[in-house]
Design a protein around this ligand. Structure first.
Ligand code: ATP
Length: 736
């Protein structure tokens, strides 16, 4: 029974493939020899120990697939990523990660070169695959989004944003671990995906330069989420698949002699994440293990679902072919071999609550409804406000004419007519004014109506644009592409079947050969004693070779685990040292009762992975900081006081008094400036001790000092009075 069949139908082991790169020109120039050999058809890789003797047989490892140095990028894609991407399009989660020593071809495998096209790696091929499949799937709506992050020295950075802000990990019950504030972009086609990859790469290089970091020491995760909505029996059915494309940092051990200070800390952290990855793998395959240490590094937390969780995972282990890489190559192959036994439990993610495609569909329906209600059946804009009714005004002018009979009457009538005419003119003018006003009003109303209609038109255009944009994001395929896709899938299926048949033929051929060997052995009669002895010697030699190989493997294993243990012990020692310091501080500087109280009140937040206190922002160092600020302000004020005292004394307000020196009594302002400053400091201190306000402008600071026999020279009367009191006999006479 295969591993896959042991448990439920969803259980499936991590698929592990190994790729060996060709010898590069430098290695050829240096005369390096190839020690790694790939048997692609058998899925085997054999490594010869360059330091071993001729009897030591090469080490042979078997994987799901192995790729020889000349392999095409397309073949690698078809055998590793193709089935995973197909599953992601069906709603499964998938992860493809590249592991190996620096310079062995992880980036070549994951990204490759943009041109010529046949050198494109897994990530760009994934873009084409996804959009070819979407376009060949009619009647299904798809929504594709992408994010790109880098993990360096246990810090997460968004590669699709220019700023190099550090991001935090969070955990949501039900949906697992996620990165808070990581930007996600909706994608319409493979070109957009390619742009995001390039953009991320650029930011990665810029960030690495800015922070003086070595990009091959960081891990990167390019994540593509595909949501699809099928209509099944008239009902929408949503599935969401997420594809993680991971390029891990170089797996080689950091030499302690090369790294110091922060570089060493970085090296330990980077090793730590890969060591934790190894520990997670070991725990997952150990039936006795009760705990999987996902939480020990951010990398394993991010990949938690890919290792032993709800994901179909492929690990591509990259190795170099040259003799000097022997140790690292063996270490990579052992690591990869362990990963082969990890069982994942992938299932289709159906109708998740937070599917974005559902929100998009709802929003599109709302927009369509809004637009439909704002036009009539002929497509004209329907005004929501009441229509303005235009009223026409008719004005008639009447004139009277009289018969000319009497001159007087005529005159009288003339004047009457004139009067009447004037009245009429006046009336007409008034009417005209009124008409003008109404005309203006009507014009205004017309303009208002026009403006409202314009606004409505603009709003509709906006709605239409929004609708178009949202509809563009939801991608749908067509029948023509469907035919091409079906053909492509058939072809791939046929290729896979051919490969499986080849594999079966190979196994049958092997079995036949074994049977033949056995038959030969049974039929073989030892013709003579000498022949038997020769045969046995041959066997013994083979056994000695095997023994040597096992011994060398044991030594290597000892070295491998020895240095891993050493690293862990070193880290433990560092942590213990830190703990001892913290304990010392707690024991001698924090009252026991306080400590107990603090321990009782502390709560652990699983989501943040942090200890918390309520109202923490009002506590401890945060408050102390503001106290320190206050003290600093007081200190500045104090210095200002000293300056002011010195200035006032220099400006002719000396606080004259006498002191005894070896030369006899001298006036205070004659003593050296340093001493004077000391005195001013003492005086300012006294002032601040008594909590007096600082001197206001125009008010002498010295005038506020206690007058213990010390007089202000400005006050002539007191100087005179006091100078009278000085014991002149002792020469204590103020200087003039
Ligand atoms: N299979 C291959 N065929 C041809 N060239 C290859 C192959 N694999 C790697 N190379 C070349 O080897 C060099 C190193 O490869 P690459 O940068 O991919 O290594 P890496 O493992 O990603 O290193 P790092 O950990 O430093 O990022 C590159 O110039 C790459 O083009």
């Amino acid at each position: 029974m295969s591993k896959q069949e042991k448990n439920s139908k969803n259980d499936e082991c991590v698929k592990v493939v190994v790729r060996c790169r060709p010898l590069n020109s430098k290695e050829k120039e240096d005369g390096r020899t190839q020690v790694v050999f790939v048997n692609q058809s058998r899925g085997e890789i054999s490594v010869t120990n360059p330091k071993g003797d001729s009897a030591e047989a090469p080490k042979v490892f078997t994987f799901d697939s192995t790729f020889e140095p000349e392999v095409e990028q397309e073949t690698v894609y078809k055998n590793t990523a193709y089935p995973i991407v197909e599953s992601v399009l069906e709603g499964y989660n998938g992860t493809i990660f590249a592991y190996g020593q620096t310079g062995t071809g992880k980036t070549h495998t994951m990204e490759g070169k943009d041109e010529p096209k046949h050198l494109r790696g897994i990530i760009p091929r994934t873009f084409d695959h996804i959009f070819r499949s979407i376009k060949g799937t009619p009647n299904v709506q798809f929504l594709v989004r992408v994010s790109f992050l880098e993990l360096y020295n246990e810090e997460i950075r968004d590669l699709l944003q220019k700023n190099i802000k550090k991001l935090e990990l969070r955990e949501k019950p039900g949906s697992g671990v996620y990165v808070k504030d990581l930007s996600t972009f909706m994608i319409q086609d493979q070109e957009e995906l390619r742009e995001k990859l390039l953009h991320g790469r650029e930011n990665r290089a810029v960030g690495a330069t800015q922070m003086n970091q070595d990009s091959s020491r960081s891990h990167s995760i390019f994540a593509i989420t595909i949501e699809r909505c099928d209509i099944v029996n008239g009902e929408s059915h949503i599935r969401v698949g997420k594809l993680n494309l991971v390029d891990l940092a170089g797996s080689e051990r950091q030499s302690k002699t090369q790294a110091t200070g922060s570089r060493l800390k970085e090296a330990i952290n980077i090793n730590q994440s890969l060591t934790t990855l190894g520990n997670v793998i070991s725990s997952l395959i150990d039936p006795k293990a009760t705990h999987v240490p996902y939480r020990d590094s951010k990398l394993t937390r991010l990949l938690q679902d890919s290792l032993g969780g709800n994901t179909k995972t492929v690990m591509v282990a990259n190795v170099g072919p040259a003799d000097f890489n022997y140790d690292e190559t063996i270490s990579t192959l052992r690591y990869a071999h362990r990963a082969k036994s990890i069982q994942n439990h992938a299932k289709i993610n159906e109708d998740p609550k937070d599917a974005m495609i559902r929100q998009f569909q709802e929003e599109i329906a709302k927009l369509k409804q809004q637009l439909a209600s704002s036009v009539d059946k002929d497509g004209n804009i329907v005004m929501m406000e009441a229509e303005v009714i235009q009223v026409e005004k008719v004005i008639t002018i009447n004139d009277d004419e009289k018969v000319k009979l009497l001159q007087q009457k005529l005159e009288q009538e003339k004047s009457e007519v004139e009067k009447k005419y004037q009245n009429e003119v006046k009336k007409i003018e008034e009417d005209k004014k009124l008409q003008e006003k109404e005309k203006q009003q009507l014009l205004q109303q017309l303009m208002d109506k026009e403006e409202r209609e314009q606004k409505q038109r603009e709003q509709q255009e906006k709605l239409l644009k929004k609708l178009q944009k949202m509809q563009e994001k939801v991608i749908q395929g067509d029948e023509i592409m469907q035919k091409a896709l079906e053909k492509e899938r058939e072809l791939n299926k046929a290729q896979q079947e051919l490969q499986q048949r080849k594999e079966r033929d190979r196994q049958i051929a092997e079995q036949i050969k074994r049977n033949e060997d056995l038959a030969l052995e049974i039929n073989q009669k030892y013709r003579s004693q000498a022949e038997e002895a020769q045969d046995k010697t041959k066997r013994i030699k083979a056994l000695v070779g095997r023994l040597k190989q096992i011994e060398s493997e044991n030594r290597e294993l000892d070295d491998f685990y020895g240095s891993e243990i050493e690293q862990l012990q070193e880290r433990r020692r560092d942590l213990q040292k830190e703990l001892k310091l913290k304990n010392l501080i707690l024991e001698y500087f924090i009252p026991e009762k306080e400590l107990e109280r603090l321990q009782l009140r502390a709560m652990y937040n699983e989501e943040l992975d942090e200890w918390m206190y309520p109202y923490l922002h009002l506590a401890g160092n945060l408050v102390r900081n503001s106290e320190e600020r206050k003290q600093q302000e007081q200190e500045i004020k104090f210095q200002e006081d000293v300056e002011e005292i010195l200035k006032l004394e220099e400006e002719g307000h000396p606080n004259v008094f006498f002191v005894y020196t070896e030369e006899g009594p001298v006036r205070e302002d004659d003593i050296d400036p340093e001493q004077r400053k000391k005195k001013a400091v003492a005086q300012a201190r006294k002032q601040s001790a008594k909590k007096r306000p600082t001197s206001k402008p125009g008010q002498s600071a010295t005038s506020k000092r206690p007058q213990s026999g010390v007089k202000n020279s400005n006050n002539s009367s007191s100087v005179t009075a006091d100078s009278d009191n000085y014991p002149k006999a002792k020469g204590l006479q103020p200087k003039k």
